[in-house]
Structures are given as structure tokens and as C-alpha cells.
Write a protein that binds this ligand. Structure first.
Ligand code: DHB
Length: 320
């Protein structure tokens, strides 16, 4: 497995916002992103949940709330789009893959494998296996270490491109964190993306006393500003765990990053790459270039030559 850091600059969109249509993906490809990641694709095209299913800005700008229900074009369509993007823009393309019940009688695992093989065939450079979607009704695979190992191990043995996995937060589940970290390590994957949105969150519109989103009784995935400290700790916890065991699993840090300072902190905590979701949704893909320029200025100022020097450079508090 080639584990070289080939994505440069190490900043990109997060799967989800602005990554469904060909136009969305072109917009990211033309931006300052070092890679383009698709919305998690399923076997069949999906329209997603009933609206309102997304609140882009919660009160006080504390983040976003969604229960979109995996709207996407279906993998056959991405199989046509990806070669065009590859040809027209010289960027790493990451195919995000999920699975959901559909009219074909494939099991969820079969769907992941069929899609993974199709993505390799059409020229995707990497995979991000989404085992953490909080919005399709079932407990995400990422909360079950055995199924996590089983799925990732099998996908990794079926394809020759790097396999990454997008995981849910484990912040208040200490024992599960260790079980999942071991499963990830043993599965042979190249990288993790931590973290997906915080599941089962809610907000209320005071004017009409309604829950702000409609699906799942108003509970959805919380992303953006408020999850930033949780994501930062998840990155650091996985980084330290893998490092201690001498494992070179790369980390894509994601969760509430909206400024260069916050991106830098993700690198210091242990991220090799960062992804931006809610902020791209609210401010557009232009912020990627701006954030990366400011990260570069910081590195020059502090004498860091490469991002690898920055990754994991945080130290313990000295208490002064
Ligand atoms: C959706 C949300 C997610 O957090 C995710 O990982 C995949 C899909 C959604 O509701 O569309």
C-alpha cells in the first residue's frame, strides 16, 4: 500500500456539503483544494429525506444541523463524472462510499464492495468508506468494532487504491474507542477521517415553536463551530494511539474548522490533512485558498518546512 502523502495542499472539502452534483465537484476542483471528495455515494440514486432537512446556520453561529438522508446521484453517475474531473483538473479524487437499503437485493457489505471496485476502475485515487452516517436510521457500523474490521479488511483486500474510513465521534465512549482503534489498525486501512457529525442533536425555531429539521423527529447530525473541540480531541487521541503503536495511519481532521488558526491546531493535534464542511457550505469554496495561505504564513513564521513537521507537534500543557 502506497502511504505517501500525495495530496497537496493538504486541505479539501468535507464529504457532504457541495459535493453531490457534477457542478459542486467542479467548483471544489477549481478552488484551492488539494483534493476533491464526493458526497457519500450509494448503490442507487437517492433523493434523501423530506425537507426541511438542513439548517445551515444555527442560532449564535454555533454550527449546522442536518438529516439529509444521503441524497446522491448513485455510484453509476459518479463513475462517469470522476474520469472527467481527473482529466480536466489535476487533483486527487476521493470517492466517499456509503450503503443504504435499495431495490437491489445486495447486502450493505456487497454494495460497499461493488462501489469500491467501480471507483477504482474509473480512476478515483482514494476511497473514504463512510461508516458513520447518523441519518439513515440504523446504528452506524462505526460503533461496532467487529463489523468495522470485517468490512474494511474486505474492501482493503479488494482494491489497490488507499482505503480510508470516516468514523463517528467516540468522545464519551472510552472502551469503544480502543476497540475501534484496534479494529482500524488491524484492518489494513491507509487513513481515517475523524470525525463525522455529532449524532442526535436538535434545535427549535422560537418563532413558530417547531423543530428546525423534519426527519427523525427533528434529531440530526450537528456539524460546524460547536463540534470543533470534540473533533480536535478525536484527532489527537487517534494520533497518539497510532503513534504509540508505531502505526502509520494517516489522519484527515474534520469538524468545525473555519479559520487558519483552527486548521493549524488540527495539524498540531496530529492531522495530516484537513477537511472543511459547514464553512464551505456557508462561505463557499474560496475559503480553502485563504485558509491554506495563512497556514503557510504561520509555517514560515515559525520555521516549519513541511506540513509533516507540524503534524502532531503539540506538547503537553506546562501549566504556565
Ligand atoms: C448524511 C450525513 C452524514 O453525516 C453522512 O456521513 C452521510 C450522509 C446525510 O444525511 O445525507
Amino acid at each position: 500500500m502506497n502511504k505517501k502523502n500525495k495530496i497537496y495542499p493538504p486541505i479539501m472539502n468535507a464529504s457532504g456539503p457541495k459535493s453531490i452534483t457534477e457542478e459542486d465537484l467542479r467548483d471544489v476542483a477549481k478552488s484551492g483544494a488539494g483534493a476533491v471528495i464526493t458526497k457519500s455515494m450509494s448503490h442507487c440514486p437517492r433523493e434523501g429525506n423530506k425537507k426541511p432537512r438542513l439548517k445551515k446556520r444555527l442560532d449564535y453561529e454555533i454550527g449546522s444541523l442536518n438529516s439529509e438522508g444521503l441524497p446522491n446521484l448513485g455510484f453509476e453517475r459518479y463513475k462517469e463524472i470522476i474520469p472527467k474531473l481527473k482529466e480536466e483538473y489535476d487533483k486527487t479524487i476521493i470517492a466517499s462510499i456509503a450503503a443504504a437499503d435499495c431495490e437491489h437485493n445486495h447486502s450493505l457489505k456487497e454494495q460497499y464492495i461493488v462501489i469500491a471496485e467501480a471507483m477504482e476502475e474509473c480512476g478515483a485515487d482514494r476511497l473514504e468508506i463512510n461508516i458513520s452516517c447518523p441519518n439513515i436510521g440504523k446504528e452506524p457500523i462505526g460503533y461496532d468494532p467487529e463489523s468495522t474490521f470485517d468490512l474494511l479488511n474486505e474492501i482493503d483486500s479488494e482494491v489497490n487504491i488507499p482505503v480510508g474510513v470516516k468514523i463517528p465521534p467516540y468522545n464519551n465512549m472510552e472502551a469503544l474507542f480502543y476497540e475501534v482503534a484496534d479494529a482500524l489498525e488491524e484492518s489494513g486501512i491507509d487513513s481515517i477521517t475523524t470525525m463525522n457529525s455529532e449524532p442526535n442533536c436538535m434545535d427549535i425555531d422560537l418563532e413558530n415553536r417547531e423543530k428546525v429539521i423534519r426527519p427523525h423527529n427533528g434529531y440530526g447530525g450537528y456539524g460546524g463551530a460547536g463540534i470543533y473541540p470534540i473533533a480536535l480531541a478525536e484527532v489527537n487521541r487517534f494520533y497518539e494511539y497510532f503513534k504509540e503503536r508505531g502505526d502509520d495511519i494517516k489522519i484527515f481532521g474534520v469538524g468545525g474548522i473555519k479559520s487558519s488558526d483552527q486548521a493549524i491546531k488540527h495539524f498540531l493535534a496530529g492531522a495530516d490533512y484537513v477537511q472543511i464542511g459547514t464553512s464551505i457550505m456557508n462561505k463557499g469554496t474560496g475559503i480553502l485558498k485563504k485558509i491554506w495561505k495563512d497556514v503557510e504564513d504561520y509555517m514560515e513564521d515559525k520555521g516549519y518546512e513541511t506540513i509533516n513537521d507540524l503534524t502532531g507537534a503539540v506538547e503537553e500543557s506546562r501549566g504556565n
